[in-house]
Design a protein around this ligand. Structure first.
Ligand SMILES: Cc1ncc(COP(=O)(O)O)c(C=O)c1O
Ligand SMILES: N[C@@H](CCCC[NH3+])C(=O)O
Length: 407
């Protein structure tokens, strides 16, 4: 099986196809913009990720897919059927995971702001509650302990360690540095271990990290695993799992394609790091949990849009499309690059700025892009939007949320 599957998008005779079907055929009678996902690509990435973990000697891997990347119900039921667990950050995500049939004992709950209601729901779901609350503050642990006490139960908890590393990614999505709101510092975790009142109705079952998203190189990940392992060795409690979070990036550009750590490289690096910093130093053998989001769903999806009109202003050419930053906010929020492809290619190309209908200058999907001269009604697709596309959509400017279709 190849590490990177060919994109579901392919040109044949200058015409764009998605999953083997002409795009214009797919788009007929559909309101644009819409999200379009390939089930084959989704299955490929999940399968490749989990097989690579096993192949690289990861101990009893548990893949908890991060719902925030894409929580479409068909995506979730496909992943559930393939054996996936879930990483959730709200009761809304938790309910969606449960509705898809994901076993609560494969669900970890991350996030700095878990509320009383959310904790109560997570403790009561299924027969034994969720697999783990990945705890991000002592205050949260205290709240979980007292709610579990009231419910006369015990909560399974893991500390999310802030490993003080600087993941090389966009500053808005780096999460493992000491200035970030995420996780707990090592010294605070060690102090909490000695506070008996925090542990009357909680069991420490694991430790977790998540240092950021769209990671293309692995130095910070390895450093964070070293920190996680050192802390795990210091704790006297035998742990059931060590959770490395998510974060593995995908190639949005040709340049990234050549530099990106592959799934296999990532798994080998994780496996080697745990061997070196943890397993070689102890008899305990906790399982490894992963929380991948983008790497599982990023490549399966495109946003299909139609040209509303073109416009020339001074020396600027604009191609105005009916998708906006409310449908896909990544370019506006992170200056993220997404390829924009026409449904029909042509030899005559122009340079154009691809912009949406929203009343903000940041509502722009690319400047100076080479595209054929397009006309009103022509179709374009924005590529690689399976992750953090629809889940970050809003109704800004009173627009409708784009429909999702699965092929
Ligand atoms: C706690 C946690 N786990 C997992 C993920 C998934 O990250 P990614 O989509 O980069 O794999 C995120 C998002 O960054 C997260 O915050
Ligand atoms: N929303 C981000 C990723 C953040 C992941 C959540 N911690 C993106 O679109 O790239």
């Amino acid at each position: 099986m190849k590490n990177i599957l060919p994109s579901p998008l392919q040109y044949k005779n200058n015409t764009l196809y998605f999953a083997g079907i002409r795009l214009d055929t797919i788009a007929r009678n559909k309101r644009t913009p819409f999200y379009l996902y390939s089930k084959k690509t989704l299955r490929h990435y999940y399968e490749y990720f989990s097989k690579s973990a096993a192949k690289n000697g990861i101990v009893s891997p548990l893949v908890c897919y991060a719902l925030k990347a894409n929580s479409n119900k068909d995506v979730l039921s496909t992943l559930k059927t393939m054996g996936s667990g879930a990483d959730v950050v709200s009761v809304g995500e938790l309910k969606k995971a449960l509705k898809a049939g994901i076993d609560p004992q494969k669900i970890v709950f991350s996030g700095v702001a878990k509320t009383e209601d959310e904790i109560r729901f997570a403790l009561k779901c299924g027969k034994k509650g969720i697999y783990s609350f990945n705890v991000e503050s002592i205050e949260e642990l205290d709240m979980i302990n007292s709610i579990a006490k009231k419910l006369k139960t015990r909560a399974r908890v893991a500390f999310r360690l802030n490993p003080r590393v600087n993941a090389k990614t966009h500053k808005h999505i780096s999460t493992g540095n000491k200035t970030h709101k995420f996780g707990l510092l090592k010294e605070d975790i060690l102090e909490a271990m000695d506070v008996a009142a925090l542990w009357t109705n909680t069991n420490l079952v694991g430790l977790s990290i998540h240092i950021g998203s769209q990671l293309t190189e692995l130095n910070a990940t390895i450093k964070a695993i070293e920190e996680l392992s050192k802390l795990a060795l210091k704790l006297e409690t035998p742990l059931e799992f060590l959770d490395v979070g998510g974060g593995l990036g995908i190639d949005y550009t040709a340049e990234e394609r050549s530099k990106l750590a592959s799934i296999d490289t990532y798994m080998k690096a994780v496996s080697d790091a745990f061997e070196k910093y943890y397993y070689s130093k102890t008899d305990h053998c906790p399982r490894i949990v992963f929380e991948p989001g983008r790497i599982i769903v990023g490549k399966m999806g495109v946003l299909v849009s139609r040209v509303v009109r073109t416009k020339i202003s001074d020396s600027n050419h604009f191609t105005i499309i009916d998708a906006g930053m409310n449908d896909l906010i990544r370019p506006a929020l992170y200056e993220a690059y997404h390829e924009v492809l026409p449904a029909q290619t042509s030899k005559q190309m122009i340079k154009t700025d691809i912009v949406g209908p929203i009343c903000e200058t940041s509502d722009c999907f690319g400047t100076g892009r080479k595209l054929p001269k397009l006309n009103a009604g022509d179709l374009v697709v924005i590529d690689n939007v399976g992750a953090y596309g629809q889940t970050m959509a809003s109704t800004y400017n009173e627009r409708q949320i784009a429909t999702e279709y699965f092929i």
